[in-house]
Design a binder for this molecule. Structure first.
Ligand SMILES: [Zn+2]
Length: 138
């Protein structure tokens, strides 16, 4: 189900709770909502559809199906740089500190643990969405 996008910065500033298999419907809704906004958005976190759980969905460049991560965590990072980013929930572009290469641990839609290294723009999207899960806005 496509959900409305939350722009309430008070709600968006609250850290999300751990996601469980009871949250898989939210994960599917997040994925559908991201696809519905794909022309102006490459990633979303569950609190952007009003659910304060640690779930993100991203659309890496050149892909058509969102990659959904439950409880994503960055376990290694390198290559700090200054980025300028926009956010579907916020007006304008703002500065952010990012890392070029990150290693992420998460659970997939079957609650199986996953671990992968990401670089460049995909890594940047993931960092932005994990910040949302921690209540951090750019
Ligand atoms: Zn955002």
């Amino acid at each position: 189900m496509i959900r409305p996008v939350c722009r309430d910065t008070v709600l968006l500033s609250k850290p999300a709770e751990k996601a469980t298999n009871a949250d898989l419907q939210t994960a599917r809704d997040l994925s559908e909502t991201l696809l519905a906004n794909a022309q102006r958005c490459v990633g979303m976190a569950a609190n952007m559809i009003g659910v304060p759980k640690s779930i993100i969905a991203i659309l890496p460049p050149g892909t058509k199906m969102p990659l959904v991560m439950l409880n994503p965590q960055i376990i290694a990072k390198s290559g700090e740089y200054d980025a300028e980013e926009g956010c579907l929930s916020l007006p304008g572009e703002r500065p952010a500190k990012r890392y070029r290469v990150i290693t992420v641990k998460w659970q997939d839609m079957s609650m199986r643990p996953q671990k992968r290294k990401f670089e460049g723009y995909t890594a940047q999207i993931i960092q932005h969405e994990i910040d949302h899960c921690q209540g951090i806005l750019i």
